[in-house]
Design a protein around this ligand. Structure first.
Ligand SMILES: [Cu+2]
Length: 181
């Protein structure tokens, strides 16, 4: 009888552990609806967890042509009235400097520039192994307690200048959300 109880308990424990691990599995997805400062939708992004990083597909429209800095910011909120300031700074739990070209960089939230075409659109697939969706590999999670955002900036990120590579104001914001089942 005692044995039976212990068996049931460990079964429940295994179930709980495997449920927790599921959110970190390869193929786990998250999405963002990207808005401009007026709240109008200008694009969508999907994020898929890989073995060591995330693959993201991004489709936007209505942006100024040229290179636009883009990063994951630390807090999951998109308030256009205050120009997405409450999304706070880039994800960077270890306190390293900004920039792929900085000798001590980068921020975990750093991403390549988004190159917007003359028609104001861009459609790209990107990869970063600096973050995770839910903590796989111990990497900073986009879906952590206070969430995160994908922010598109007004200017090019030079990947070196502190604190944000000269990328300027924030013109687009996407709240990272778990994908609907
Ligand atoms: Cu940024």
């Amino acid at each position: 009888m005692l044995f039976f109880k212990a068996g049931a308990l460990s079964g429940a424990l295994i179930f709980a552990l495997s449920t927790a691990a599921g959110a970190q599995d390869i193929g786990t997805t998250a999405t963002s609806r990207i808005v401009d400062v007026s709240g109008q939708e200008i694009g969508v992004a999907t994020y898929t967890q890989g073995n060591e990083g995330i693959v993201m597909e991004l489709q936007v429209k209505g942006l100024p042509a040229g290179a636009r800095g883009m990063h994951f910011h630390a807090v999951g909120t998109c308030d256009g009235e205050e120009h997405f300031k409450s999304a706070k700074g880039h994800i960077m739990p270890t306190g390293r400097p900004h920039g792929f070209f900085h000798p001590e960089g980068p921020h975990a939230g750093n991403l390549p520039n988004l190159i917007v075409g003359e028609d104001g659109t861009a459609h790209v697939e990107l990869y970063t192994d600096l973050v995770s969706i839910s903590g796989r590999g111990g990497k900073p999670a986009l879906l952590d307690e206070d969430g995160s955002t994908l922010i598109i900036h007004a200017n090019r990120d030079d990947h070196e200048t502190q604190p944000i590579g000269g990328a300027g104001g924030r013109i687009g914001c996407g709240l990272v959300e778990p994908a609907a089942d």
